[in-house]
Ligand binder design. Structure first.
Ligand code: SF4
Length: 376
């Protein structure tokens, strides 16, 4: 079992908080898609003939690709790889790209899951974030996808926006829940260095929400979602039963994946590698038959650290018998020793055979996990 990730690094304009690798220059889309097809072929041995269980178009803005460009990518994927007929195939989309015509075209491709970047239903804040859609466009996009027969829809929200209150966040959650998405991801706003909102904060032109308000927002999120029957399966992710993101869940369970495109990461248990974060150099490298990437060989300690960071915050946690079997006695003992103070404080728990964060501990998880990491 394995996954394929395709990075589509094009955006119509840059959002004020974003530091992802993407560009607003679209003149290279055609060449880029051709390069992606070639990379898919060149790297077919990376996953050693594994069956492909998930495919994820992430960005950037994958919904900027037209039908023909997406179709071309699928032709290559199906030509080169063994794709499970039940594979989860996700396209990230911006609400204003999801016109009726475009959604109907997507329905004629193997895509069966749409992840919509909504962020907030407040128009003033959408403008502040430099998003290009309105609240009404977001609502219409979700309804249109549902009416067209896409039953697997995820929406992304951001909380902790400058000057926002608990009541604002409650309104966003109510609006989201009224649309019955089977999956919702909610992330706290982060101020990434160099972004426009980071500069505004540096220049004291905006007021960050207080830590206490952030905590209350997270509590409200988990309460609202679980009251409505959603499963809190990862710190930022909620789903109705059976509707978790299989692609992301596989990242958290050490399932190998191939990442194609500029800046995309790949992982196959033995190594991690990442493509060059430059559109021009990526395309040139592929055209010359010499993909540009960096690679790190993984040893048991780096694999253990990866597993702690990815799995512990999920509902599935880390099975202790697997921890001992895969990573050995030394790392098993180290994990239990470093976890013990947090087990005593009710931040981590062991239930049955599984080590995981408690609901109370999830929000503190970053600091706790760094204590569990192996330092060479
Ligand atoms: S659309 Fe997504 S990737 Fe593009 S700038 Fe906005 S947040 Fe970043």
């Amino acid at each position: 079992m394995a996954g394929i990730y395709l990075h589509i690094p094009f955006c119509k304009r840059r959002c004020a908080y974003c530091d992802f690798f993407s560009t607003t220059h679209h003149e290279l889309i055609n060449e880029y898609v051709t390069a992606l097809c070639h990379e898919l072929e060149m790297r077919k041995s990376y996953l050693e003939d594994a069956s492909i269980d998930t495919i994820y178009f992430g960005g950037g803005t994958p919904s900027l690709l037209n039908y023909k460009e997406l179709e071309k990518l699928f032709i290559y994927i199906y030509k080169v790889y063994k794709v499970n007929p039940q594979a989860e195939i996700t396209l990230e989309a911006n609400p204003d790209d999801l016109t009726t015509d475009y959604i109907n075209q997507l329905k004629n491709l193997p895509i069966n899951r749409i992840s919509i970047g909504i962020q907030t239903f407040n128009d003033e804040r959408l403008r502040f974030l430099h998003r290009r859609h309105t609240s009404q466009q977001a609502i219409n996009a979700i309804k249109q996808c549902q009416d067209t027969g896409f039953s697997n829809i995820s929406i992304d929200l951001i909380y902790g926006l400058p000057d926002s209150t608990l009541e604002d966040w409650n309104k966003d959650l109510q609006q989201a829940l009224s649309l019955n998405p089977p999956h919702l991801s909610a992330y706290h706003l982060t101020y990434e260095k160099g972004t426009p909102i980071w500069k505004l904060r540096e220049e004291k032109h905006l007021q960050e929400v207080k830590e206490e308000t952030s905590d209350q927002m997270y509590d409200l999120l988990t309460k609202r979602m679980t009251d409505k029957g959603y499963i809190h399966y990862e710190i930022s992710n909620f789903c109705l039963p059976g509707m978790h993101s299989r692609h992301n869940s596989n990242y958290w369970r050490e399932v190998p994946y191939l990442g194609c495109g500029a800046s995309a990461h790949s992982y196959n248990l033995f190594s991690r590698q990442w493509n060059i974060a430059s559109l021009i150099d990526y395309i040139k490298g592929i055209q010359a038959g010499k993909p540009m990437f960096e690679r790190e060989e993984l040893n048991i300690y780096t694999r253990y650290n990866d597993r702690i960071v990815t799995s512990l915050r999920t509902l599935w946690g880390i099975p202790l018998d697997e921890l001992k079997k895969v990573y050995g006695e030394e790392l098993f003992d180290y994990c239990i020793k470093t976890a013990t103070p947090y087990l005593n404080k009710g931040i981590l728990s062991i239930s049955g055979n599984t080590l995981r964060f408690t609901e109370k501990g999830l929000f503190l998880s970053d600091g706790v996990m760094s204590d569990l990491l192996w330092i060479e």
